[in-house]
Design a protein around this ligand. Structure first.
Ligand SMILES: C[S@@+](CC[C@H](N)C(=O)[O-])C[C@H]1O[C@@H](n2cnc3c(N)ncnc32)[C@H](O)[C@@H]1O
Length: 281
C-alpha cells in the first residue's frame, strides 16, 4: 500500500470525483485525511497495492460501489437529535395534523435515516401520541444511500453513545420501547416499534419511487454534504414526494433561505411545502 505522500493529487481528485458520482457528496483536499483513513482499510482488506488499482476495481465491479458508499458516508446521528424539533412535533405538528385529518394515516419519511435513531424517535413520539388518540395511525419510511447502515438500522440494536444518550435523555421511553441486552450495554427496539418503520435504500439524487405522498419529511444533516446545485436537485426530488402542505424539517446548520424550492419558511429548520407568500429564513 502506498504511503500518504505517494497519493498524488490526480488520484485524490479521481477519488473525490467517485464520491461525488456515487453519492453527490462534495469533498475537497481538507477531507482527504478522513477519506484516506476510511478507504485505506478497504484497500488492505482487498490486498490492493494502491488507489489506482482501487479506482480500476471500482469502475469494473458494481458490487464494490456498495462498499465504497458505505465507507464514504458519514452516519453520525442520535435519538431525539435537536430537542426543539421533537418538541414541535409532539406539541404542535401531531395534534394539529390529527385534528385536520382524523381518519387519515400520517406518512413520515426519514430521508437520510442513517442507523435509524431518527426514525425510531419519530415512532416513539407517534406511539405516545396514539396512546392518547387511539384512532391515530402512521407509517414511517426510512431511507438512506448506504445499504450497510440500513442493515444495522433495521435490527434496531444500539450500543455506545446512542444507547447511553437515550438512557440519559428519555429513560421512560427507553423502558417502554426497548429491551436491554443481558450484559446491560446494548438496547434493542421492541418488535412493535420496529414494525412501524420500513427501511429502504434510496439515493436522494434519484427521483423518488414508491415514496409518498408524505406529510412529514425529515431531511436532516445531509444537505450540508452537497453543493448548491446538488441541494437544489435533492430538494426538488423531496418536494415531489411530499403531500401539498406537508412539513419538511432540516438539520441545525441547514436552511433553505437560498432556494426557491417550493417550501415556505414556518420557523427555523421547519418548512411547509408550497409557494404562496414565501418567506425565507
Ligand atoms: C449525518 S447522517 C444524518 C442522519 C440523521 N438524518 C440525523 O440528522 O441525525 C447523514 C446520512 O445521509 C446519508 N446520505 C449521504 N448522501 C446521501 C444521498 N445522496 N442519498 C441518501 N442518503 C445520503 C448518509 O449515508 C448518512 O447516513
Amino acid at each position: 500500500m502506498s504511503s500518504d505522500s505517494e497519493v498524488d493529487p490526480l488520484t485524490r481528485r479521481a477519488l473525490f470525483e467517485q464520491v461525488r458520482r456515487h453519492t453527490g457528496i462534495v469533498m475537497n483536499e481538507r477531507k482527504w485525511p478522513m477519506l484516506d483513513g476510511r478507504l485505506r482499510r478497504r484497500l488492505q482488506a482487498l490486498a490492493l497495492p494502491g488507489y489506482r488499482e482501487y479506482l480500476g476495481l471500482l469502475e469494473a465491479t458494481p458490487s464494490e460501489v456498495r462498499d465504497f458508499v458505505d465507507l464514504v458516508t458519514t452516519n453520525e446521528t442520535s435519538f431525539f437529535r435537536t430537542p426543539r424539533i421533537w418538541h414541535y412535533l409532539a406539541e404542535h405538528f401531531l395534534p394539529s395534523w390529527h385534528d385536520a385529518h382524523p381518519h387519515q394515516p400520517l406518512r413520515v419519511w426519514s430521508a437520510a435515516a442513517s442507523s435509524g435513531e431518527e426514525a425510531y424517535s419519530v415512532a416513539m413520539l407517534c406511539e405516545e401520541f396514539r396512546a392518547a388518540h387511539p384512532t391515530f395511525r402512521y407509517r414511517i419510511l426510512a431511507t438512506d444511500i448506504s445499504d450497510g447502515i440500513l442493515r444495522s438500522a433495521a435490527t434496531g440494536h444500539y450500543r455506545g453513545r446512542s444507547a447511553t444518550g437515550l438512557r440519559q435523555t428519555h429513560p421512560a421511553l427507553l423502558e417502554k420501547y426497548f429491551s436491554t441486552d443481558e450484559d446491560g450495554t446494548g438496547i434493542r427496539a421492541n418488535a412493535a416499534l420496529r414494525a412501524q418503520v420500513t427501511f429502504r435504500q434510496h439515493n436522494l439524487y434519484q427521483p423518488p419511487r414508491d415514496v409518498g405522498p408524505v406529510e412529514l419529511t425529515l431531511l436532516r444533516n445531509v444537505l450540508i454534504y452537497f453543493d448548491t446545485a446538488g441541494q437544489q436537485a435533492v430538494l426538488e426530488n423531496v418536494r415531489r414526494a411530499m403531500a401539498p402542505d406537508g412539513v419538511l424539517i432540516v438539520g441545525e446548520s441547514e436552511s433553505l433561505s437560498r432556494f426557491h424550492a417550493g417550501f415556505v419558511f414556518e420557523q427555523p429548520l421547519i418548512y411547509r411545502q408550497g409557494t404562496a407568500h414565501a418567506q425565507h429564513a
